[in-house]
Design a protein around this ligand. Structure first.
Ligand SMILES: Cc1cc2nc3c(=O)[nH]c(=O)nc-3n(C[C@H](O)[C@H](O)[C@H](O)COP(=O)(O)OP(=O)(O)OC[C@H]3O[C@@H](n4cnc5c(N)ncnc54)[C@H](O)[C@@H]3O)c2cc1C
Length: 412
């Protein structure tokens, strides 16, 4: 009989993990309290970011710190309670963001990112999801010539070190490529390899449909208590009791709570983020990052999605979408946003680690339990890579990427 395994959490990471385990002959049950792709993997900017070879560091420039401290810009916002609650992992994040440490994290991170589009491509084809994906890149747009010049230098460096492909566009090139931009800008770095998904939650749902069509079991239930039971694992859910020989925790920003109840204290924290859709009468061709202001505009099935930067606030704190309001003003300088759709702003949380690397591998003190979370700013990008790597580890065979930098054991 096939070996059984529970996957808790059906975001992009858990769903891809379930698919990859199933492909290797496991009998998989995928559990999510809201159904596949309804949380963080629903509300992001939909980018499969082949260019994001460097994990997102704590910016250390004095001007940025000064503005952030005063909550001035649109890119960062914070609640005092959030800073207090997450002070320890945030300080560790600051430390890991020093250039030498960040360079080491980049080595490990870039090895995952390098396979992101290729691994999504296999699942997109198998799931018949081509209609959701546009493979024409993503732009960082710049308002000032100096910022464009700096970004072009950085792009050249990333190309030389990691093979990331890009094209620098001047004012005229950018105006031609993106007629929706009604203000003349200094130019853009057009990353050529990223993909844009026009309904991120729908892509996860298609992957989950593929999993079910191939014989997988998907359960919508709140998994409250995960416990070792005999040789395996049992979880109490609102739909009853589930048991399997092994279990994977893929709970994204909820992972910290789950692992704490098992006795683990990892350097985890969250960065909340918001989105709002607008009617935008002239659509953008590709998503853009307003790089000097810190928000993304992404064309979606529902309209133009404005997504915000990081809000350091507790998971359960009420929504304070001040960054959305600031970013909307800035975005209106660039494009005709039209009207916001009549819906409350979406709020989600990026599952982050202090060392900027995801947590993928065996639970250090529990046999048959596996962790797959902490993919930070690029969990939507990394889902299929993370799913494959974890499934290869569970199988106990040689993995195609060295998993050691992502091991949960680094926190104990
Ligand atoms: C504003 C914003 C923009 C972003 N843009 C991008 C982008 O363009 N590209 C990119 O790669 N990444 C982006 N990200 C990051 C990305 O969205 C996340 O890293 C990714 O979605 C995390 O996936 P996950 O599967 O780990 O978590 P999730 O998608 O949150 O999945 C976790 C699942 O666990 C379930 N769950 C929780 N508790 C329980 C329980 N008790 N029982 C059962 N189920 C439970 C939840 O319902 C949820 O479905 C963005 C994030 C934000 C906030």
């Amino acid at each position: 009989m096939a070996s059984s395994i529970l996957v808790l959490g059906a975001g992009m990471v858990g769903t891809c993990t379930a698919l990859h385990l199933q492909q290797r002959g496991y009998e998989v049950t995928l559990v999510d309290r809201r159904g596949p792709g309804q949380e963080t993997s629903f509300g992001n900017a939909g980018l499969i970011q082949r260019e994001a070879v460097e994990p997102y560091a704590f910016a250390r420039e004095p001007r940025f710190l000064f503005n952030s401290a005063l909550r001035r810009g649109a890119d960062v916002h914070w609640h005092p309670r959030g800073l207090w609650q997450m002070a320890r992992p945030l300080l560790a994040y600051w430390d890991h963001s020093r250039p030498a440490h960040h360079a080491r994290a980049t080595e490990a991170y870039s090895r995952l990112i390098a396979h992101a589009t290729e691994e999504h491509g296999l699942l997109v084809a198998a799931a018949g999801a081509d209609d959701l994906v546009k493979r024409q890149g993503f732009r960082f747009v710049f308002r000032t010539p100096q910022a464009l010049e700096d970004a072009a230098q950085r792009a050249m460096d990333l190309h030389d070190r990691f093979g990331v492909r890009y094209h620098v566009e001047n004012t005229a090139d950018l105006a031609l490529a993106e007629p929706a931009l009604h203000r003349s800008l200094a130019g853009a770095v057009h990353w050529l390899e990223p993909w844009a998904v026009n309904a991120p939650g729908a892509l996860v749902q298609r992957y989950a449909d593929l999993f079910v069509a191939r014989g997988g079991r998907s359960v919508v239930a709140d998994a409250t208590r995960l416990q070792a039971r005999g040789q395996g694992w049992a979880v109490q859910t609102t739909e009853g009791h589930l048991e399997a020989e092994q279990a994977v925790l893929a709970l994204g920003p909820w992972a910290d709570g789950a692992i704490r109840s098992l006795g683990y204290r990892f350097a985890l924290f969250i960065k909340r983020g918001y989105h709002q859709h607008y009617t935008a009468p002239v659509p953008l061709q590709q998503p853009v990052l307003d790089a000097e202001r810190g928000y993304v505009l992404a064309p979606m099935q529902r309209g133009l999605r404005l997504t915000t930067g990081a809000e350091i606030a507790p998971m359960d704190a009420p929504a304070t979408p001040v960054q959305l309001a600031k970013a909307e003003v800035l975005a209106r300088e660039l494009v005709d946003m039209g009207e916001p759709l009549p819906e409350a702003p979406w709020l989600g949380a990026r599952p982050c680690t202090a060392d900027m690397l995801p947590v993928m591998g065996p639970a250090p003190h529990h046999k048959g339990l596996w962790f797959n979370f902490g993919h930070g700013h690029q969990g939507f990008t990394l889902g299929p890579v993370a799913g494959r790597l974890l499934a290869e580890m569970v199988e106990g065979r040689q993995t195609w990427i060295d998993p050691r930098p992502y091991s949960p054991a680094r926190f104990v």
